[in-house]
Design a protein around this ligand. Structure first.
Ligand code: GTP
Ligand code: MG
Length: 683
């Protein structure tokens, strides 16, 4: 079954992407089985697939990071990068994409998943990555499959092009017709499909579907358009040439059908990749890599294996990389390759040097990060792609279960961040909390599981402390006198403070107006120190802000006065004065910008009123037709798990960014509860 066209030989790197749970990892398994890289096709349910081999992925029955597998097909090496579908792990996909030749977007015929599909296609379109759609789970599909293009086209900016149509036995799909080859196939479970005669109803449907495929191709080929208008049968070569050219130029997105669990349609997919997907030459052109002699590679993924240490999965873009190749990045020295490995999920096999186009793992590149462009020369190439992680939306505070693991936790966290740069760690100096910021509940749960499983540090986690503050609403003049006469040397300090509220955001000021040396100069800094210390915990239990303290009077004792005594006096004045100044709680208010498909915008309204949010306005999202931006002001405490609700109201695709805006007074029951909780925690 020779297929013509302008085939590119050599190793390929193909991303498997698509909405959550569409069957990507199962498709990888099917491809590996069909191409002989593994003996038996495993399944997600049995927990024995090559991809998703980590504890965390098996446990949750979903991909939580990229899995990579290399196989051979008709003489060429193919490395598949199986990306997680969950939006929480999307950074792994985004970081891997720049280096791939093409993507297979695995999807289902499910309207609810179209917004997710759109997000993924958008990423590929923006990066100009040629893409196929693989409509999976045809074993579950029924006759409504005729609506494929109608359902899926809105997700894609480039025209979807149906390459195959299903054939039925009753309601069940039993095979397909390949519209380019004009051949009918009947599916065989876990075996190549069999060619059958194309006749009867199938032939009629084939003619119509083929014509519309050719029409789509002819949109970008005038000669073909003329042939169609004049009823001339275009030569098959021309069709294959157009298919591959228009795919590579991103003009069309061909749609193939199949079932990953049954290995149906997998061989056709491999053949389409073989004949139509671009190779390394076009990919380096896309990336703008100028020709040169030195080895260049792009880091697709970073992993810390239990025994092998750090592994950098990388695609060699130019030259040859072997043991002891030394790499630099534009920012730093990346290290020296210690071992080149072929990957099949978590199993690694040592191999010889890797050539341009191959995707392998390099051992021990201590200072290489995911997304780095590596150059084996003194002079680094400029970064070919930089993929910044999305802003985090959810946080948890983590604590090592055992005190002795505190140091180990720090090391484990830095490895965790290397593996998943969409997580960040913030050490809160005020609360001494180690706060993990990430993309969602599952990602953070997996992060803590990984800390335990992979890096050997068991942790507990809790909600991070909200940055409440307090202030006063009334002024007071308050004396603070510290006097102790116990035997010999006594202690004496006496101050009078003029305490006043300041406008919101003014912070704290300390001034003095001491006349006649009633408080000697050298003790004034001690008074200030005492005041500052006292303001760390106000009468409500929180740091006090927006307050002015002026030292206006006092007295001293030539023998008994000391720095310590004046510190205590300053402290006393604050501790005794503030409760009389109508202390009030302040809570941080953030500006939140929620992005969501327009049909979900109304739901955001309802969501905000339940979370003390104030809607400031709605806008259309620039460059995103059918999407809105909702701008809101919201208390920090309510942002805590906002992402969970935003996602559930938007089929998973809504998100937000936020930044601190101001502190606002909080009174009433909510404030009382917060103060009571703080007191209970301090007790
Ligand atoms: N009926 C049917 N089920 C399938 C098919 N492919 C995958 N599944 C099932 O769909 C579920 C998800 O499969 P996965 O391969 O984990 O999907 P995925 O796209 O890798 O999932 P994420 O990586 O978590 O997004 C599993 O229960 C699979 O058995 C298929 O062709 N037919
Ligand atoms: Mg998966």
């Amino acid at each position: 079954m020779a297929q013509n066209g302008t085939r590119v030989a050599g190793p390929r790197c193909i991303a498997l992407v698509g909405p959550f749970q569409s069957g990507k990892t199962t498709l990888l398994e099917a491809i590996l089985a069909r191409t002989g890289a593994i003996q038996r096709q495993g399944s997600i349910d049995a927990g024995n697939t090559v991809g998703d081999a980590s504890h965390e992925a098996r446990h949750h029955k979903m991909s939580v990071e990229v899995s990579v597998g290399t196989t051979n097909f008709m003489g060429d090496a193919y490395t598949f990068v199986d990306c997680p579908g969950s939006v929480e792990f999307v950074h792994d996909m985004r970081a891997a994409l720049p280096a791939v030749d093409a993507a297979v977007v695995v999807c289902e015929l499910d309207e609810k998943k179209v917004p997710q599909l759109q997000l993924i296609l958008r990423e590929l379109e923006d990066r100009k990555i040629p893409r196929f759609l693989f409509l999976n789970k045809t074993d579950k599909a029924d006759a409504t499959i005729h609506d494929v293009l109608q359902v899926l086209q809105p997700a894609s900016r480039s025209k979807l092009l149906l390459r195959q149509i299903p054939t039925f036995s009753g309601e069940i799909i039993t095979g397909f017709v390949d519209l380019a080859l004009e051949r009918a196939f009947v599916y065989k479970e876990h075996a190549p499909s069999e060619v059958i005669p194309l006749e009867g109803d199938a032939l009629d449907r084939e003619k119509t579907a083929r014509f519309s495929m050719l029409e789509t191709l002819a949109d970008h080929d005038d000669e073909l358009m003329e042939q169609l208008l004049e009823d001339i049968q275009p030569p098959r070569d021309k069709i294959f040439d157009d298919l591959s050219r228009e795919l590579r130029e991103g003009l069309v997105c061909p749609v193939l059908l199949g079932s990953a669990t049954r290995t149906n349609g997998v061989l056709r997919l491999m053949k389409a990749l073989r004949h139509e997907a671009p190779g390394i030459a076009e990919t380096t052109k896309r990336l703008g890599l100028k020709p040169g002699n030195e080895p260049v590679a792009y880091v697709v993924k970073t992993q810390h294996t239990a025994h092998g240490g750090k592994m950098s999965v990388a695609r060699v873009l130019n030259g040859q990389v072997g043991d002891s190749t030394t790499f630099v990045t534009p920012e730093r020295e990346a290290g020296r390759v210690a071992g080149v490995f072929k990957l099949l999920g978590q199993s690694t096999e040592k191999r010889g040097p890797a050539q341009a186009g191959e995707t392998v793992a390099f051992g021990k590149l201590d200072h290489a990060d995911t997304g780095d462009t590596l150059t084996a020369a003194k002079q680094a190439r400029p970064a070919l792609a930089k993929v910044a992680a999305h802003d985090p939306v959810l946080a948890i505070a983590v604590v090592a279960k055992e005190r002795k693991d505190d140091v180990k936790l720090g090391q484990a966290l830095s490895k965790l961040l290397e593996e998943d740069p969409s997580i960040s760690v913030v050490h809160n100096a005020e609360t001494h909390e180690v706060v993990l910021w990430g993309q969602g509940e599952m990602q953070l749960r997996v992060a803590t599981e990984r800390l335990a499983d992979r890096f050997g540090v068991a942790t507990t986690s809790h909600k991070p402390t909200v940055g409440y503050r307090e202030t006063i609403k009334r002024a007071i003049v308050q004396r603070g006198r510290h006097k102790k006469q116990s035997g010999g040397h006594g202690q004496y300090g006496d101050v009078v403070l003029d305490i006043k509220p300041l406008p919101r955001g003014a912070g704290f000021t300390f001034t003095e107006e001491i006349k006649g040396g009633v408080v000697p100069r050298n003790y004034i800094p001690s008074v200030e120190q005492g005041v500052t210390d006292a303001l760390k915990h106000g009468p409500l239990g929180f740091p006090v802000v927006d307050i002015a303290a002026k030292l206006i009077d006092g007295s001293y004792h030539t023998v008994d006065s000391s720095d310590m005594a004046f510190q205590l006096a300053g402290r006393l004045a604050i501790n005794e004065g503030l409760p009389q100044c109508q202390p009030v709680l302040l809570e941080p208010i953030y500006q939140v910008a929620i992005v969501c498909p327009s049909e979900a915008t109304a739901k955001m309204n309802a969501l905000m009123s339940g979370r003390r949010g104030q809607i400031l306005g709605f806008d259309t999202r620039e460059g995103w037709e059918g999407w809105d931006v909702v701008r809101v002001q919201m208390p920090e405490a309510e942002i805590g798990d906002l992402i969970v609700e935003v996602r559930s109201a938007t089929a998973g695709v809504g998100s937000f960014t936020f930044k601190f805006d101001h502190m606002a007074e909080l009174t009433g029951r909510t404030a009382d509860q917060i103060v009571a909780a703080r007191k209970a925690a301090a007790a």
